[in-house]
Write a protein that binds this ligand. Structure first.
Ligand SMILES: [Ca+2]
Length: 320
């Protein structure tokens, strides 16, 4: 969703934040908004598109300053599919890790689907275990939690997600998002949002640069990859910097495509190996390595619990 007129309304509200004359403010704001709407309407009637605020102006300048081609960046951000994903950014702020119900991955149905997955991808999983020393049950548990075994990989354009998060370093953008959308949906303070936005925007800018490098190297349309509102992509839900550093071409077709199971399986195994995984580690060491994949302790525990459950069930089937 694009932030449009509602952010203009917000700006008026901010201008008069400390005024006691709320009714006068309301009148002025309404009159001004009517004028803005009228101008936009007149433009439309005259065949001109309505003028939209450019939330990516400072971001584009920054990318060019950091060495990205000016005409490429300009052309990319002028494409019709590029929007400031207000809803996606807000969802990310509102639904953070602690609220996720990890027990859903330990139900009989989820474990049954994971067992099927182990059977379907046995050859690839066994090869990854042999080459990287990571248990096939652990890789499967990660794929189950990250993307429901590749069936839930996110619907948002990664480019839009990372661009919107990166643009939050601009105070006006944060003001617009907070007042037009978030303020009425969260009990969190504005200060907390600012702290989160500042941290996330720095992270997202770096990931956006990694993403642009990845799509260039792999010759992929930057507006063709969809993922989560946290900017993770593929069956393995790697962030772009992890794609650059750890992703593998599991099916040996000359391309790294984390929407392919063979590529994703081998990439996860490689990621864990590079973070210290080796056969027969103690649970607390495996736990520590899994925290590099996702900082949540619930996550790391869930992965290990699923993997143990899968290993036990498979042993039971073999012995029966
Ligand atoms: Ca491949």
């Amino acid at each position: 969703m694009v932030v449009k007129q509602s952010s203009l309304e917000t700006n008026f509200t901010l201008l008069f934040r400390h005024s006691y004359q709320r009714s006068a403010l309301w009148f002025l704001a309404t009159a001004a908004l009517s004028l803005v709407w009228l101008l936009g309407h007149t433009d439309c009637a005259a065949g001109k598109p309505p003028v939209r605020p450019d939330f990516f102006a400072t971001l584009k300048t920054r990318l060019v300053k950091d060495g990205f081609d000016k005409s490429l960046i300009r052309s990319l951000y002028s494409k019709p599919g590029v929007t400031f994903d207000q809803r996606g950014v807000s969802a990310y702020f509102l639904h953070r890790e602690a609220t996720l119900n990890y027990n859903q991955f330990l139900t009989r149905s989820s474990i049954g689907q994971a067992i099927d997955y182990l059977g379907r991808h046995q050859k690839t999983l066994k090869r990854a275990q042999g080459v990287y020393g990571v248990d096939e049950e652990v890789i499967t548990a990660i794929i189950l939690v990250e993307s429901r075994l590749g069936t839930s990989i996110g619907k948002r354009l990664i480019f839009n997600t990372l661009s919107a998060l990166a643009a939050l370093d601009n105070k006006n953008t944060r003001d617009g998002l907070w007042h037009s959308y978030l303020k009425n949906k969260t009990k969190e303070s504005r200060r907390r949002f600012d702290t989160w936005a500042s941290r996330k925007s720095a992270w997202a800018y770096s990931e956006l640069k990694a993403y642009l490098k990845y799509v260039k190297v792999q010759d992929i349309d930057p507006l063709s990859i969809r993922g989560s509102y946290a900017g993770a992509l593929g069956i393995s839900q790697f962030v772009p910097s992890s794609v650059l550093r750890f992703a593998q071409d599991g099916n040996r077709d000359g391309r790294i495509d984390l929407y392919d199971h063979e590529d994703a399986i081998e990439s996860i195994a490689n990621y864990l190996k590079q973070h210290g995984w080796r056969p027969s580690l103690k649970r607390r060491e495996e736990f520590r390595i899994l925290l590099s994949y996702n900082q949540s302790k619930y996550y790391a525990n869930t992965i290990l619990n699923i993997a143990e459950r899968l290993a036990k069930l498979r042993t039971k089937v073999r012995t029966n």
